[in-house]
Every structure is written in structure tokens, then in C-alpha cells.
Write a protein that binds this ligand. Structure first.
Ligand SMILES: Cc1cc2nc3c(=O)[nH]c(=O)nc-3n(C[C@H](O)[C@H](O)[C@H](O)COP(=O)(O)OP(=O)(O)OC[C@H]3O[C@@H](n4cnc5c(N)ncnc54)[C@H](O)[C@@H]3O)c2cc1C
Length: 321
């Protein structure tokens, strides 16, 4: 029997239906170990070894292949390891649990005036995204999410709890930085966060028929845009709208306006109401046609596009449809 801080969930337990599944997959594991410490992870791995059970490690459970669950094996559920700590204010050094998800992490860091380049979805796990690289709204300014990692606490396959960094087990540290979940279970990451307070985030929608022109304009602009600006274009099958999303992460609102202006299409002016704010704010009216935001897309005076912008103390995380 395992001795744990966390708990074990098996078929028949009330929580089983909920915890056996991930974002896209519904497994039927024999056992789910909801870990609360590195020692719990070591105990779970020991149990799996002893009983010959296949192991799945789950962070945020968002991997498209469903690696966060399995059939008949043991799931190491890290969601209880979600603490966010500021270790050193001057060095902006933070420690984040290996099972945390980016939404709460972003909120916790915003309280310190800090942010990490992560992804676009609040429920995605810190573990899976960091170990795979991580592309997010601050990527052009601060690089991949994994670039911020300076150390990790890792439980290796034999149950040892070790620390990996540039100077401690550097080969393991090298492998973790892009090697996915294949080299051990990371129970905590140490990262250097970035000083980010105000961001401007928004989206402009265009008609599908304008996709070519929108893409040409966007790629011309992206080539020379300042690094504070990260953008993405979403094209939907079946003639859905073309959405240009943009995040400007820099304290200077005038610079944000200037960087965003070329993306606005026929909306020539950037909102005048978008003063830096620590509180998220959205625009109730389109500044070009003064109609309610979202309803102007049908108005000829707005050129068939619509947009919404907001400022926030940290990048908005959006759940994908
Ligand atoms: C809706 C959605 C939006 C996304 N947006 C972005 C985005 O903006 N940018 C981006 O870069 N990616 C994005 N992704 C991809 C995402 O980063 C990967 O799917 C990632 O693997 C998910 O991590 P997770 O912890 O949530 O998933 P899980 O399924 O829990 O884990 C993924 C893999 O990592 C392993 N793993 C997880 N945590 C640990 C840990 N602590 N120690 C060891 N191994 C671990 C798991 O075993 C598994 O193999 C998105 C995915 C989805 C579904």
C-alpha cells in the first residue's frame, strides 16, 4: 500500500469519472494517484514498477494525443502541485509546481508585476507546455516559455528526487528543455519571470473573402513589427471570419498604438480610451463608427471588419473553442 500526502482514485470512486479523462481523451486507468509532493510521485512510480503498471503523467491534461491518461495503468496526477512562489524579487525568480496551469500562474505573477511567456489557454499545464517549448503572446519579446526555466525538481524513473540546472545534472536539464515528459516527472520549475505590467490585447475580424489581402498586410507588418508585438492569424474552414489577434507587451501606450495601427485595416484610429490600466477594460463602442463593439462588423462605414481591444495587467488566456 502506498503512503501518500495525496489520494488514490480508482474505478468506483465518485471522483473517477472526472479524473480519468483529459481534455480530449477518456481513459480507463486502474489507478489515479493525485500527488501532493515529490515524495508522492516517487511512491506512485515505485508502486507502478512493483505492479508492472504502465505510467501516464498528467500536468494540465491538454496533450492532443491524450498522454495524460491511459487504459489499465497508473496515472500520476500532478494537479495538486500547483503552488506559485516568488523566491527572489530582485532576480524575478519564481517557483511553480509541475501540475500548475497557466491561468492561475498568470494571475499570481501579475500580483508581483511579473509575467511569463506561456500560451493562449488558461487550462493548459505548465509542465507539458514548458517541457515542449511553449509559444505564447510574449514570444517575440522574451522567447519560448522554456527559455525562462533555470532549474527543475525532478523525480526520475527509479524514484530519486533530484535537482537539474545548468550546473546540477546539466545533461538532464538539457533534455528537459524540449524533451517533453520523457526524462522524469518535474514536480517544480524555477523560472526567471519578466517585468510585464500592462499589455494591450485584442482581435480584429475580417470577412473570409478578404483573407488574401489580410494575410499579405499582416505578414508585411509582422516582418518589421517591434518585438513587443506578437500576432497570430486564425483562418477557419468553411468561410468563417479571419481573425487577427495581437498582444503588445510594453509599458508605452503610444508605442502600442503605433504598432497596432497597421493591423486595424479600415479602422484607422487606435482607441483613444486605452490608457494603461491594471484592470482589464474593453471598448463598449467602436471608435470609428460609434456603434456597439461587435455590431459594427455589418456596418459599411466600418469596412466589414470588427475588432475589440482590451488592456490587462497580464496577457489574456483564451480557451480554444
Ligand atoms: C486548447 C489548447 C491550447 C494550446 N495552446 C498552446 C499555446 O498557446 N502555446 C503552446 O506552446 N502550446 C499550446 N498548446 C499545446 C500544449 O502546450 C501541449 O499540448 C502541452 O503538452 C499540454 O500540456 P499539459 O500539461 O496541459 O498536458 P498533459 O497532457 O498533462 O501533458 C503533456 C505531456 O507532458 C507530460 N508532462 C506534463 N507535465 C509534466 C511534468 N510536470 N513532468 C513531466 N512530464 C509532464 C505528460 O506526461 C505528457 O506527455 C495548446 C493545447 C491545447 C489543447
Amino acid at each position: 500500500m502506498m503512503s501518500l500526502d495525496g489520494e488514490i482514485v480508482g474505478p468506483g470512486d465518485p471522483a473517477y469519472e472526472e479524473v480519468r479523462r483529459t481534455f480530449v481523451h477518456r481513459g480507463r486507468p486502474a489507478l489515479i494517484v493525485r500527488c501532493r509532493s515529490a515524495a508522492d510521485v516517487a511512491a506512485a512510480l515505485d508502486h507502478a514498477r512493483t505492479h508492472g503498471l504502465a505510467v501516464a503523467v498528467r500536468g494540465g491534461g491538454h496533450h492532443a494525443a491524450g498522454f495524460g491518461t491511459n487504459d489499465g495503468g497508473l496515472v500520476v496526477d500532478l494537479s495538486g502541485l500547483d503552488a506559485v512562489e516568488l523566491l527572489d524579487r530582485d532576480r524575478r525568480l519564481v517557483r511553480i509546481g509541475g501540475g500548475a496551469t497557466w491561468g492561475p500562474v498568470s494571475k499570481a505573477l501579475a500580483g508581483y508585476g511579473l509575467a511569463l511567456s506561456s500560451g493562449d489557454t488558461a487550462d493548459v499545464g505548465v509542465g507539458g507546455l514548458l517541457l515542449g517549448g511553449g509559444i505564447g503572446w510574449l514570444v517575440r519579446r522574451y522567447g519560448l516559455a522554456v527559455d525562462a526555466v533555470v532549474a527543475a525538481e525532478v523525480v526520475t524513473a527509479d524514484g530519486s528526487i533530484v535537482r537539474a540546472s545548468a550546473t546540477e545534472r546539466p545533461d538532464l536539464f538539457w533534455a528537459l528543455r524540449g524533451g517533453g515528459g520523457n526524462f522524469g516527472v518535474v514536480t517544480a520549475f524555477e523560472l526567471v519571470a519578466q517585468p510585464v505590467t500592462d499589455v494591450v490585447f485584442g482581435a480584429v475580424q475580417h470577412a473570409a473573402a478578404d483573407a488574401g489581402a489580410v494575410l499579405r498586410q499582416w505578414s508585411r507588418h509582422a516582418a518589421d513589427a517591434p518585438e513587443e508585438l506578437t500576432t497570430a492569424v486564425n483562418l477557419l474552414p468553411g468561410g468563417g471570419p479571419v481573425t487577427v489577434q495581437a498582444c503588445h507587451a510594453g509599458g508605452d501606450l503610444a508605442a502600442a498604438r503605433s504598432a497596432l495601427r497597421p493591423l486595424l485595416g479600415q479602422h484607422r484610429s487606435c482607441p483613444t480610451t486605452c490608457g494603461p490600466s491594471r484592470t482589464r477594460r474593453s471598448w463598449p463602442t467602436c471608435p470609428d463608427c460609434r456603434r456597439a463593439s461587435g455590431s459594427c462588423c455589418a456596418a459599411r462605414s466600418c469596412g466589414g471588419s470588427r475588432r475589440s481591444w482590451s488592456t490587462s495587467s497580464s496577457p489574456r488566456r483564451r480557451r480554444r473553442p
